[in-house]
Design a protein around this ligand. Structure first.
Ligand SMILES: Cc1cc2nc3c(=O)[nH]c(=O)nc-3n(C[C@H](O)[C@H](O)[C@H](O)COP(=O)(O)OP(=O)(O)OC[C@H]3O[C@@H](n4cnc5c(N)ncnc54)[C@H](O)[C@@H]3O)c2cc1C
Length: 455
């Protein structure tokens, strides 16, 4: 909007509330990360911006109904599915995806009925070694009193305060130099009171750590130091287990609740450099069994198709779980026409965020990426590239935007939520929080959110 002075932007969001994973993914004890919401608020103040919450594209309104009213559509609907392990026992009771557990403690309506059983035993296993896995472990091991003033839901706090979990193993297929967690998240886990971490095997690292790249060196120093604790009686612990791939999840004979996870040891391939971040591994026949009362698979999020995309000429890339795009964010028809990229553009369609680059990257990198996509829209517009409804070089869009779509949505009984509406929900959540000494207490259902607007 800053670069095209006449541009109007409508933003559709399936939930009444904005912010996506910043609200429902980022851990409650990372409030500073959520400051990026201020940037969002700044944009929302513009009279040329319209927020349309509680409207799901592809369900409440079809893309074909949007198309006539816009010159361009940018998809940034994130990655709202999770990858599965594809092993026997994955659906046993007590096995959760990190996505549903994170959504549950952060108040995502979809998962408020999860009711994770944290009293089933003392040992939890997290499969996957990214920052989300570390978030899950940290929430399980942090004394609930330390989370009490964050925006974690009261329901989650209450369940966590009854948790019997004392030990969390975070397991990965490769070694520490290939793991994707970052040093900040690692240090946070190391600092939780009365939670021990045994130093990892020295053999993973070269004799001189200083020869490693800076980031790897810092991670190595933390992992090799470990965290002893003073009070053994209070002891809870966590561990990182490397070179292990899960092959099955087992239950006890008389129950459908998990009891253990069987892993096969992995080994670096003979030609791999174990110090390289891209070192590959092969499976051996050696087995390890970890007892587990709870398991979380944390092997990544995945974007999915939106109904109607194909009709706009966009083939969703199911294999990579992204919308096919050139690196600047223009949607592409892959492999169409040899050589020139322009042959494969879908005019007026763009993407940004995790649906563009895949489910990796922090908010800063996602923002950078979004700026690139916005810049290319401006560039295409200024250079006269064809857009969604271009006919004979002129825009034939109605230019109505949301005004052209509103009746279709409301005729289905859907109640759209404006930015002012969201501000009322926000105020109500903050008031609920204030009464119990928290920054906010989120509403856990869409019904509760909308009820605020009826008052
Ligand atoms: C558990 C977790 C913790 C994280 N912690 C951090 C952290 O501490 N620091 C950090 O920098 N980054 C963190 N990240 C990464 C950060 O959250 C992402 O980089 C960023 O949120 C991705 O933005 P996005 O817009 O692509 O997707 P999202 O944030 O997921 O936004 C997509 C939005 O699209 C909406 N939507 C989906 N489908 C439709 C539809 N059909 N119609 C209308 N709306 C739709 C969704 O409801 C959602 O609001 C974390 C991620 C996760 C998963």
């Amino acid at each position: 909007m800053a670069k095209l002075q006449d541009a109007q932007v409508d933003m559709y969001e399936q939930l009444p509330v904005p912010y996506g994973l910043v609200r429902f993914g980022v851990a409650p004890d990372h409030p500073e990360v959520k400051n990026c919401q201020e940037k969002f608020e700044e944009v929302a103040e513009s009279p040329r911006f319209t927020y349309i919450g509680n409207v799901k594209i592809g369900a409440d309104v079809h893309l074909a109904d949007l198309k006539p009213h816009y010159d361009a559509i940018l998809f940034s609907y994130g990655a709202s599915e999770d990858r599965r392990l594809g092993i026997p026992g994955e659906d046993l009771k007590g096995v959760y995806s990190a996505r549903e557990f994170v959504g549950w403690y952060n108040g995502l309506p979809e998962f408020q009925h999860l009711a994770p059983n944290l009293e089933a035993g003392e040992q939890a296993v997290v499969i996957g070694q990214g920052n989300v896995a570390l978030d899950v472990a940290r929430i399980l091991l942090t004394p609930p009193d330390k989370l009490r003033h964050t925006d974690i839901t009261e329901q989650a706090l209450e369940t966590l305060s009854r948790s019997r979990i004392r030990s969390v193993n975070i397991v990965g297929r490769r070694g520490p130099l290939q793991a994707s967690f970052t040093v900040k998240e690692l240090r946070e886990l190391m600092k939780i009171d009365d939670v021990a971490f045994a130093p990892i095997d020295r053999a993973f690292y070269p004799s001189e750590l200083r020869k490693l790249p800076r980031v790897q060196k810092r991670i190595g120093e933390v992992l090799l130091r470990g965290t002893p604790i003073s009070d053994e009686a209070q002891k809870r612990q966590w561990a990182l287990d490397f070179l292990m791939a899960p092959v099955s999840i087992e239950s006890s004979n008389d129950s459908d609740h998990l009891r253990s996870i069987t892993f096969k040891k992995q080994a670096f391939t003979p030609d791999a450099d174990p110090l390289s971040p891209s070192a590959s591994v092969i499976q051996t026949e050696d087995k390890t069994i970890l007892p587990a009362a709870l398991a979380f698979r944390s092997i990544g999020y995945k974007a999915s198709d939106i109904p109607g995309l194909a009709d706009l000429g966009v083939p969703f890339d199911h294999k990579r779980g992204i919308l096919p795009n050139d690196p600047s964010g223009r949607l592409m028809i892959p492999h169409k026409g040899p050589g020139t990229l322009t042959a494969g553009y879908v005019p007026g369609l763009y993407c940004a965020g995790w649906v563009k680059r895949g489910p990796t990257g922090v908010i800063a990198s996602t923002m950078e990426d979004a700026f690139t996509s916005a810049d290319v829209i401006v560039k295409d517009w200024q250079s006269g590239m064809p857009f969604l409804n271009t006919e004979q070089g002129e825009s034939a869009s109605t230019g109505k935007g949301w005004d052209g779509v509103k009746d279709i949505v409301t005729s289905k009984g859907v109640r759209p939520v404006s930015w002012k509406d969201w501000q009322r929900i926000d105020t109500a959540e903050r008031e609920r929080g204030k009464r119990i000494g928290k920054e906010r207490e989120k509403f856990g259902t869409i019904g509760e959110m909308l009820k605020v607007l009826d008052a």
